[in-house]
Design a protein around this ligand. Structure first.
Ligand SMILES: C[S@@+](CC[C@H](N)C(=O)[O-])C[C@H]1O[C@@H](n2cnc3c(N)ncnc32)[C@H](O)[C@@H]1O
Length: 240
């Protein structure tokens, strides 16, 4: 699971003891050698949900990290690809890694909070991958509302996320145990490190909070099975 060039166990522990933002700053140079960097097959599946080369104007990747999705998005865009993340360390790595990304759309890296997106009807596609664990259930509506605001009319929110494990599976129990440890850590230590697995209210509730919100009409576009497990690629249409 761990790469020789990736962070050592102690480095990951140190990451979890500081804030989410600072934690990512610390592991940024080694992040691409961790299992937390979204694997290429998952990115390929998400990108194939969008469309072909130069088929859209602009895209925004929320919680872009080191730019894994942005590298793929550039070829699809005619205008610009924006990556937003709150870790300056991750953005610095993204800048280095995206220098030779194929395509000619302008690339912009913005330091900001996924819960306060500073965009208004500016992009045709918003993507987010590998980061839903950082959005706690209480913030989900704010998160989705910001994405809907960023989209142009008819725009889409395209994302990849893991399948919820069955309650009887070891994966479900591992997630619960991890979340329990994080809750204790966050109760004892400030600032918090926000990362919880399989904790989305969306999956537990049959009633979306903003039922009338366009970005709420999420339809699972495709399900694909990868070595690391099952991944859903979802699309929601927003901004109409
Ligand atoms: C696990 S990494 C995923 C990075 C990338 N999307 C990928 O798939 O490889 C999660 C990223 O989300 C960012 N992040 C977490 N919470 C955030 C927030 N509230 N606003 C902006 N970025 C956030 C972290 O800094 C980190 O770069």
């Amino acid at each position: 699971m761990y790469h020789p060039e990736g962070p050592a166990f102690l480095e990951l522990m140190r990451q979890a003891l500081v804030s989410t933002e600072r934690g990512y700053d610390l592991i940024a140079p080694k992040f691409d050698h961790t299992p937390f960097r979204t694997p290429e097959p998952v990115l390929d599946a998400m990108i194939s949900e969008i469309s072909g080369p130069r088929s859209i104007g602009s895209a925004l990747d929320v919680c872009c990290g080191t730019g894994a999705a942005m590298r793929h998005l550039r070829a699809l865009c005619k205008e610009r690809v924006i990556g937003l993340d709150f870790s300056q360390g991750m953005l610095d790595e993204a800048r280095l890694r995206l220098a030779n990304a194929p395509g000619d759309a302008a690339m912009e890296l913005v330091r900001g909070d996924a819960l306060a997106l500073p965009f208004d009807a500016e992009v045709d596609v918003v993507t987010c991958v590998g980061a839903f664990g950082h959005i706690v259930a209480e913030d989900e509506d704010r998160f989705v509302a910001g994405i809907a605001r960023a989209l142009r009319p008819g725009g889409r929110f395209v994302f990849a996320t893991g399948e919820m494990p069955r309650r009887t599976s070891p994966g479900w129990w591992a997630a619960r145990t991890f979340n329990g440890v994080m809750r204790v850590r966050n109760a004892l230590l400030k600032p918090e490190f926000v990362m919880y697995y399989c904790a989305s209210r969306r999956r537990r509730s049959s009633k979306p909070a903003h039922r009338d919100h366009p970005a709420r009409r999420m339809a699972i576009g495709a399900k694909r099975r990868f070595l690391s497990g099952s991944v859903s690629v979802g699309t929601s249409v927003g901004g109409e």
